[in-house]
Design a protein around this ligand. Structure first.
Ligand SMILES: NC(=O)c1ccc[n+]([C@@H]2O[C@H](COP(=O)([O-])OP(=O)(O)OC[C@H]3O[C@@H](n4cnc5c(N)ncnc54)[C@H](OP(=O)(O)O)[C@@H]3O)[C@@H](O)[C@H]2O)c1
Length: 331
């Protein structure tokens, strides 16, 4: 079977190779084997390849924080999934044609779900959801949230989920050609990032109270979001697309206005929940995929042998969506 392997950390398209490796074998007691149907290339996977991610396993290392697969065999004692079922995997190393995992890590998703969307279910949808529920209480019935990278997969999900929860969003992006798409998703205010952002936000919202700012750019952009939240508001950094750090905030925002700065990592926030609560979150998000409440656009789907081209494309700005890889044939 084929698997993506790194034997060094560095430029992703140079270090990631499609290797022929022994098959994963039959499932043991409590295990599940599934064929990987598709996996996305997320910013965290790019950091992983570069050796900049928080996890840096010994070589050969296989990236891949998420995927969707079809169960081919279930070991003794596994009752929640059977061959033919679609699953997402709560564990890593998913850039491969086949995976053998603990049964508890294989979460069943509904038959009939869009396979491309299911490949992106594990990380970004719960991230968007928990950013809106777990950081501060944004008042239902029209409370405001501001976010940058609003046209990213997470940003689009924030717009859709916020809309469903009765919240309003100020959406900051770095190019105006995405305004119409985001408006169609339900974005209330759209602005380009840059100087005077806080003044432009104030004008566009009529000086609304904005208790929560979401930042995935980092560096100077964090300060621009911090300047937009209300006195006593919170800025939550959950990504660093600019590669800049540290996350700056002015002394005035920190001291005079009492703005709080915090951070989010999905694993940390899921770890506060029981297995049953996590399953419930994914069931609700999968239902949202099924009924079309939200989705993430896909730029292109590559074969696993074309991992080099896929990685190059995934690092280009201005894409029309996510880059996916389908390791067992076209989807
Ligand atoms: N903390 C967590 O648990 C967690 C979980 C999921 C995701 N994340 C983070 O969330 C962020 C978005 O992830 P995603 O999968 O939604 O991304 P994505 O769909 O791949 O989109 C990437 C976005 O980043 C923007 N971008 C790229 N380089 C930039 C730069 N230098 N300055 C400003 N914007 C830039 C792109 O804008 P253009 O379209 O204009 O190129 C695009 O909107 C990433 O930082 C990711 O690591 C964090």
């Amino acid at each position: 079977m084929k698997r993506i392997e790194l034997n060094a950390y560095g430029v992703p398209e140079d270090v990631a190779v499609c290797a022929e490796v022994p098959d994963v074998g039959a499932p043991e007691v409590g295990e599940v084997v599934f064929d990987v149907i598709a996996f996305p290339i997320n910013p965290a996977d790019i950091s992983f390849c570069r050796g900049g991610y928080r996890i840096k396993p010994p070589f050969p290392a296989t990236p891949g924080a998420e995927c969707v697969g079809r169960v081919s065999a279930a070991g003794a004692g596994v009752t929640h999934v059977k061959p033919g079922d679609l699953v997402i995997n709560l564990q890593r190393e998913n850039w491969a044609q086949r995976r053998r995992v603990k049964g508890a890590d294989a979460i069943r998703v509904p038959t009939g779900v869009d396979l491309r969307q299911a490949a992106m279910l594990r990380i970004n949808p719960p991230t968007a959801l928990l950013l809106l529920t777990d950081i501060v209480d944004v008042p239902a019935g029209g409370g405001w949230v501001i976010q940058n990278v609003a046209n990213s997969a997470v940003g689009r999900l924030v717009i859709s989920i916020a809309k469903r929860r009765g919240l309003r969003t100020v959406n900051v992006v770095r190019r105006a050609d995405v305004f119409d798409e985001l408006k169609a998703l339900g974005a209330d205010v759209l602005l380009l990032d840059g100087p005077d952002l806080a003044a432009r936000v104030k004008e566009a919202t009529g000086g609304a109270n904005i208790p929560l700012g979401l930042d995935a750019v980092s560096g100077a952009a964090t300060a621009r979001i911090a300047a937009c939240v209300s006195d006593g508001g919170t800025v939550c950094t959950y990504g660093a697309m600019s590669g800049e750090g540290p996350q700056a905030m002015t002394v005035a925002d920190l001291i005079y206005r009492g703005v709080t700065q915090t951070g989010f990592m999905l694993g940390r926030f899921l770890a506060k929940r029981s297995a049953a609560e996590i399953e419930k979150i994914y069931a609700e998000l999968a239902a949202g995929l099924m009924d079309g409440t939200f989705s993430a656009p896909v730029d292109h789907v590559y074969a696993i042998e074309d991992i080099r081209a896929a990685l190059i494309r995934a690092q280009e700005g201005g894409r029309d969506g996510k880059v996916l890889v389908a390791p067992n044939g076209p989807i």
